[in-house]
Design a protein around this ligand. Structure first.
Ligand code: NDP
Ligand code: 2IT
Length: 449
């Protein structure tokens, strides 16, 4: 069987076995395209059905999350944890609270996480969890009661050497703290079972910054392959949450100009650039006041707010999608290319659709998939786990230096496995092959489990 035939029959079977899970199919398709040529050449991988096992979660936990809102009404949400792969370490990955959360989205995220975690070189397996709970407009006490109910069930399935959750969309320091508090109470243990904790109770310095900073470090390495850098570049960022905020901060430090940020209702464009004072306002607006990005134009009237749109129609050199999956489509990719965009660095997971990826690669511009460029977040979670196990805390400088080293190493692995005959670096291929090989080797060694 050649690679193309293998890929087709593999995908047909996957879709038949997992009907309707379109995001999961999309994520698997991308990896299978990259690794199929290797798999068909390896009698061991074929015989031991490593790829067939990798797409089947080791365990899926689905549960009811009942809670009581401030009006005294009983509310019911769905809770999930996908324990995808533990070949190279305990399950590790974030928790997402968003109304769109379903099994397909969490399986795609847990699948991606498996390869991303492998790329970090740290001993972490892949997992992801979440709920269709919508945190928008909820009071602090509602958030707390929800987190407590979520953990009242989940606590029996997680642990420092079993499964270590963290944040993702809708889950930041506040939510991790409430979940950790309830976990500690139920388990009667103070361990590193969550990452992204507050600094006072075992969190790592630099974890909040790590995903956005790491994405910019990765972007700097990409640009360096062309003898270029962020300095003087115009950057369009989507999102205005954790990843977007710290990506913007690092862009400014690297001498770039940040023109846009967004949320699920629209985007802002500031022709004068979002400087550090304006960015400080966004930190306050989003993290303390929990406001909407459109409020930026009230404070800074020279900027415009575009409702219901993504920022990809604006002219930029670098695009950094940092909001959510499938937020940059083929048409928008064509516009970015026509406007001279030279580099796309994903901060979010799978934000670029397959058509858009194909357009960027056809135009041979720099394009990196999230599993490589956003790995700084989970890598620093891995560093938090190490510090917790050793019961010590490293300085910001130490964590940042390690983060920088890990991102450079991931970039080098993408170059090693992704460079094509004409010299173009296919970061998708590089990241998928490098991430897959380590997990596959571990699975082969451990037998059919
Ligand atoms: P946050 O919840 O802090 O921020 C998410 C941002 O994206 C918000 O501005 C939100 O707007 C926007 N957004 C969410 N859903 C949508 C949507 N359906 N359409 C348009 N905009 C949307 O999350 P993070 O910053 O942590 O996560 C952003 C992305 O980065 C996700 O893909 C996540 O998986 C990924 N990621 C996160 C890591 C981390 O360490 N936090 C690590 C690696 C990847 P609104 O306020 O309107 O919801
Ligand atoms: O997608 C991701 O890598 C994250 N949300 C971070 C996971 C983690 O365990 O820090």
């Amino acid at each position: 069987m050649n690679a193309k035939e293998y890929e087709e029959s593999f995908m047909n079977e996957l879709i038949a076995k997992n009907p309707g899970e379109k995001e999961f199919h999309q994520a698997v398709q991308e990896v299978v395209e990259s690794v199929a040529p290797y798999v068909v050449e390896s009698p061991q991988l074929m015989k031991m059905k490593v790829l067939e096992r990798i797409v089947e979660p080791e365990r899926v936990i689905m549960f009811r999350v009942p809670w009581v809102n401030d009006a005294g009404e009983v509310m019911i949400n769905k809770g999930y944890r996908i324990q995808m792969n533990s070949a190279i370490g305990p399950y590790k990955g974030g928790v997402r609270f968003h109304s769109s959360v379903n099994l397909s989205i969490l399986k795609f995220l847990a699948f991606e996480q498996t390869f991303k975690n492998s790329l970090t070189t740290l001993p972490m397996g892949g997992g992801k969890g979440g709920s269709n709970f919508d945190p928008k407009g909820k009071s602090d006490m509602e958030i707390m009661r929800f987190c407590q109910s979520f953990i009242t069930e989940l606590f029996r399935h997680i642990g420092a050497d079993t499964d270590v959750p963290a944040g993702d969309i809708g889950v930041g320091g506040r939510e991790v703290a409430y979940m950790f508090g309830q976990y500690k109470r139920l388990s009667n243990e103070f361990t590193g079972t969550f990452t992204g904790k507050g600094i006072a109770f075992g969190g790592s310095l630099m974890r909040p910054e790590a995903t956005g900073y790491g994405a910019c470090y990765f972007g700097e390495s990409m640009l360096a392959t062309l003898g270029d850098s962020y300095k003087g570049k115009k950057v369009c960022i989507s999102g205005s949450g954790n990843v977007a905020q710290f990506a913007a901060k690092k862009c400014l430090e690297l001498g770039a100009e940040v023109l846009t940020m967004s949320d699920s209702n629209g985007y802002i464009f500031d022709p004068d650039g979002i400087n550090s004072e304006k960015l400080q306002y966004i930190f306050q607006l989003k993290n303390v006041l929990r406001g909407r990005i459109r409020e930026y134009v009230t404070k800074y009237p020279a900027a415009k707010y575009v409702a219901g749109e993504r920022p990809w129609g604006e002219v930029c050199d670098i695009a950094m999608p940092c909001a959510t999956q499938n937020e940059l489509n083929g048409e928008q990719a064509a516009t970015l290319l026509a406007n001279g965009c030279k580099c796309v660095v994903e901060g979010a997971n799978m934000p670029t659709t397959p058509e858009a990826i194909a357009a960027f690669q056809k135009a041979k511009i720099l394009y990196s998939p999230g599993k490589a460029s956003n790995a700084g977040g989970v890598a620093t979670s891995g560093l938090e786990m190490s510090q917790n196990s050793m019961r010590i805390g490293w300085s910001s400088e130490e964590v940042d230096a390690r983060l920088h080293g890990i991102m450079s190493n991931i970039h080098a692995m993408c170059v090693k496995y992704g460079t094509e005959s004409d010299g173009y670096i296919n970061y998708v291929k590089g990241a998928n092959i490098a991430g897959f090989m380590k997990v596959a080797d571990a699975m082969l060694a451990q037998g059919i489990v």
